[in-house]
Design a protein around this ligand. Sequence first.
Ligand SMILES: [Zn+2]
Length: 541
Amino acid sequence: MLVNAKSRSVERRIEEGFLKISTEKQTALNWVDANEKMISRFDKKIWGYAEPAWREYKSAAAYCKLLEDNGFKVTRGTGGMPTAFLAKYGEGKPVLATYAEYDAVPGTSQKSVPHREPRDGLNRWAAGHTDPHSALGTTALAGVLAAKEAIDKHGLKGTLKLFGEPAEKVCGSKPVHAAWGYFDDHDASICYHPSGVNTALNEIQMGAYWSVIFTFECLEPEKWFRPVGPMMVGGHAGGRCPAALDAICLMYTTTKYTKEAMLPHSAYWTLNEFVMVAGQCTSDNLPPRIGQIQYAWRTPTLEMAQQIFHVLENNARHVAEIAFCRLTIRWVTKTRVGLPNNAMTEITYANHEIVGPPRYGDKAKRFGREIQKNLGLDPMEDPFTETCQRLIKPIDYEKGQRSTLEPWQMHFGADDYVDYTWHSPSVRMFTAKAVLRPPKAGFVYPHWASNAMAGFPETIDPMIFAGGKVIGATLVDLLTNPTELNKCRREFEERTGGGIGGSKWVPPLLPKDFKAPVDMRWPEYVTTERGEEWWIPTPSE
Ligand SMILES: [Zn+2]
C-alpha cells in the first residue's frame, strides 16, 4: 500500500552520484563552516532569553531583525499570533519551508555550568530551554541562510520560507498557520528537532496533541440554596455556594477517576493538566468566582483524541453544575498526526551521510566529566553516548521504535510539526546534542545536567552545525533537482489521494479563523514596580 519498498540504499544513491555533492551544495556546506561564530552567538542569545510559550517577544524580535538584515522579507504576527512570523527569500517555484521554534519550558531554569544553579536573578521555577528549542530554531536558521547563499551565488530559482513558530510546548502555532492557509503553496517542508540521535523518521511519525481550557465562573452565587430560620445569616458569616475553586478541584479529581475509563492502557497515550487560575487569592468568606484548568493529551490516533475529549467535556459539564458555575470551553490546539514521505526521508538522510554526525571535542568532554564528578560519579574518558556520535539509518531507528509499540501503531508522542506534513512532502529529521553516558543500566541523569549542556556552546554547537548543513544541503537538493522533488510530490499525492483536498487528505482540525489563546494566563516574566521577575514568586532559600 505504501511507497516503502527501497530497492536502492541511500549509500548506493550517493555512490551513484544521484545526490552528489554539487557545487551548489558545497556552497551551502561552506557557508555553515564560515559562519560558526555568528550561529553560536545567536543561539546563546535565544537560549539566554528563555521565554516560555506565547511569550517569546525578545526571541521572535531577534529572529526578525537578523532575517531582515540578511535580505529576507519578514511578516510579523502571522496567524494572529504576536510572536509568530514568516520570513521569505527568493522567488517563484519551488517553495520550500522550514521553521524556527524558540519557546522555553517553565520550571527548568539552569545556568550553563556543570552543577545545579538557576540562571542569574531567577529562581529555579523560571523557564529554561530543555529540548532545546533555542538550538532548534538556530539550526533551521543556519540551514536556510546556507541555502540562501547557494541561491545568491549560483542564481538558483525558488522561494525559501522560514516560519517563526511559537509555543511548540503547547503545540500552539503550526495548526493555526495550517488552518489560516499559510502552508498551501509549499512544495516541500523540513521539520527539524534536536535529539539524542542523528536520523530522519521513516513510516512511524508523531501523533496528535489536543488541548482545551475549561473556565468555570460563578456568576450568581446569591442564588445558591440557603438555610431558613436562625441559620440564615448574611454577609461574611453565611453559607456560601461552592463555586469556581471547587469546580477546579472536582474537575481534577473526577478526571483522574474517569481516566481509567477513557481508553485501554496501551499505545502510550497521555493526559496532563495545568491549573491556570485557581479561584481568587484572598480568603474572604466569598465564593471564588473564576477558575481555569487546561488539559492536554497526546494520542496516536485522532479517534483516541476525540474519545478523551468526550470524557473531559462530560466531566466539566457535570462539575460545573455541582459547583454552581457556568462552563466555557476554549480550544488551545488540535493537531493531526504525522504523514510520512519516504522520498523526502531518503534525500535528507543522504545529506546526513554526507555531513556526518556531530563531533564533540575536548572542551565538551571536559564539561561532561565535570558534571559527572559533581554528581559523585567517576568521570569517563568519553562522557557521551555512542548513539549521539554516530548516524542511525531511518529504517534501523524505526526498528527500535517498532519494538516498543503496538503492532497497529504508526504514531507515537506528539509535536505540531505534523501539521506541515499534510500540505507538502515533509521530512522529520534530527541531529544529536551531547548526551551523557550512564555509568550503568537504569541510571538517569538529573534534568539540570542536560539543560546546562543545552546552553554550553561546545556541547550544543556541533549539533546545530551538523543540522544546519543537512537542512541547507537538502534545501539545495530540492532547489536543483526537480526529478527528486517530483518523486516526493508523487508520493505525497499517493498518500493523500490527490494532494491537498484529496480523498485521503486530512484537513486542518482548527477552523480557518481560529484565534490562538495568546490572551490566556500562560506562565511568563512580569515587570512591576519591583522590577522583572518570574510570575511565581521566588521561594526563600
Ligand atoms: Zn521540542
